[in-house]
Ligand binder design. Structure first.
Ligand code: GDP
Length: 319
């Protein structure tokens, strides 16, 4: 079994590559829930949804979130009713939030609600929210203490960042299956996700870091940083706020206590030679995922480094 730790954008692209190489049952995805928030009274879990949608082959690749071909009639109607409309929710996407909220209100945990929704969408990989308890990423800025979605979507990540914290993390427990999956994995892959606000919250759940440190499986990460910038999004500012250099060295540093191999871009090969952090080895290739072929190629590179035997099994191409 291959275990992936991920957020929702770079992570979903990487998972899209993996699902094309592995039988669905071989994949367990541990997903960030630090971005979860309440919207119009509904419980929204943006990264979980992106992973469910990509595995169900429903994710909009143009937007990178939400359902392909979705309409936005409800959003428009809410706008006309004078309600907040800065968080775009498509009409089909809304059904997911309605169903999840209903399941939670009937007493299901987030893991149970996620499994139920995934099963209804014919997803056969295991999707585990990092915790069933609320852990909220809070971004401290000169404009105030913001939730991740306020910082990222409402305010277009323009605010300077003083610090980032994961409210509730110290009392949280990993969701059922998370620690066991890491401990018994054939390989653990860290997606090219934001190290601070996507992988950071997962690592902040007590027990997860320790599981990564002690698993006998190789731990391989793909860098979301090329040169001194993120491929997209606010990772650079957030890394700086957390005292990490914005470079592949910063990624290696964030994961140094458990990482075996970092996959970096070819253009970082000089920087890769200078990295002497923990026991981390750097492997360079083209890590831009522009299309399906790139996603498949990078997923294959990660599997080849982490667990080559899984690729030598027959029929290793699925879609
Ligand atoms: P979020 O939950 O929406 O923040 O999504 P993630 O954390 O999973 O993904 C955001 C990260 O993906 C950013 O830091 C980007 O730099 C990275 N990213 C996006 N596209 C690519 C790509 O094609 N290649 C690589 N290596 N990283 C990417």
């Amino acid at each position: 079994m291959i275990v992936v730790l991920t957020g929702g954008t770079g992570g979903a692209k990487f998972v899209d590559g993996l699902r094309r190489l592995l039988p669905a049952e071989e994949l367990t995805i541990i997903v960030n829930t630090g971005d979860d928030h309440e919207w119009w009274g509904l419980y929204v879990s943006p990264d979980v949804d992106s992973i469910v949608y990509v595995l169900a082959d429903l994710l909009s690749s143009e937007r990178g979130w939400g359902v392909r071909g979705d309409t936005f009639h409800c959003l428009q109607a809410m706008k006309e009713l004078g309600e907040e409309a800065w968080f775009s929710v498509g009409d089909r996407d809304l059904a997911t939030h309605l169903l999840r909220t209903q399941l939670l209100s009937r007493g299901q945990t987030l893991s149970e609600a996620t499994s139920y929704i995934a099963e209804k969408l014919d997803v056969r990989s295991r999707i585990l929210p990092m915790s069933d308890m609320r852990v909220e990423t809070r971004i401290d800025t000169p404009a105030g203490d913001l939730s991740f979605e306020e910082y990222f979507v409402k305010r277009w990540y323009q605010d300077p960042v003083n610090s980032v914290r994961f409210s509730g993390a110290s009392e949280a427990e990993p969701a059922p299956g998370v620690v066991d999956a890491i401990a018994s994995a054939q390989a653990v892959l860290i997606a090219p996700s934001n190290p601070v606000t996507s992988i950071g919250p997962i690592l902040a759940v007590p027990g997860v870091r320790e599981a990564l440190q002690t698993t006998p499986a190789k731990v391989v990460a793909v860098s979301p940083i090329i040169g001194s910038a993120a491929v997209s999004g606010p990772a650079a500012n957030l890394m700086t706020a957390q005292g990490l250099p914005v470079s592949i060295a910063g990624i290696a540093k964030a994961y140094e206590d458990f990482l075996d191999i970092l996959i970096a871009d070819d253009s970082d090969s000089a920087a890769a030679r200078d990295i002497n952090i923990g026991g981390v080895t750097v492997h360079c290739t083209d890590i831009m995922m522009r299309d399906t072929e790139d996603k498949r190629r990078i997923a294959r590179a990660a599997l080849a480094l982490a667990c080559p035997e899984i690729l030598s099994e027959p029929a290793a191409e699925f879609r």
